[in-house]
Design a protein around this ligand. Structure first.
Ligand code: T46
Length: 137
């Protein structure tokens, strides 16, 4: 599984740092939705689902966390530790976010509006879905 982690350009001077993210330039999709999670405790695990048709970029704008990615065949664990790092997560990937540092804010840029129908929240169904997509069904 190829992990795509962006290091966005940082604009810094004596006032501090600034990161700008433009659709189709810094990330490969149009951003239709932005959401973020905060007040996440260290022992909490979130996610446990995949998407049928959704691309996202995860950015820890404050703090840090780990993201486990699973394509049904292999898993990879990625650390997000810097506010200029972005993890691209495509559809067909089971994801889990955990090990949140105190005061972490995990922001997500998403290619589509919220749609509960797009979620696969059952791991066995996810494996079936991935298998069917591979077979072109
Ligand atoms: C994902 C990972 C990285 C909304 O009403 N609108 C939204 O846009 C979102 C994302 C969530 N919600 C509601 C649905 C639930 O009642 O907020 C509640 C928490 O959502 P969820 O349990 O899905 O949160 P996570 O952290 O498990 O997953 C989220 C995203 O849902 C998911 O798409 O890829 O972050």
């Amino acid at each position: 599984m190829q992990v795509i982690k962006y290091a966005f350009q940082q604009h810094g001077d004596q006032r501090g740092m600034l990161v700008a993210i433009e659709e189709y330039k810094d990330i490969p999709f149009e951003v239709k939705r932005v959401y973020y999670m905060y007040d996440t405790r260290k022992e909490v695990h979130r996610g446990f689902h995949a998407h049928k048709n959704l691309e996202q970029v995860l950015i820890c704008v404050n703090g840090s966390c780990k993201v486990k990615l699973d394509n049904g065949v292999e898993t990879k664990i990625v650390s997000l530790e810097k506010p200029y790092e972005g993890l691209y997560v495509s559809n067909n990937i089971w994801r889990e976010m955990y090990d949140f540092a105190e005061n972490t804010v995990l922001m997500v840029l998403a290619s589509n509006y919220y749609d509960e129908e797009d979620y696969i929240r059952d791991y066995d169904k996810f494996l079936e879905f991935v298998k069917k997509r591979k077979e072109g069904k």
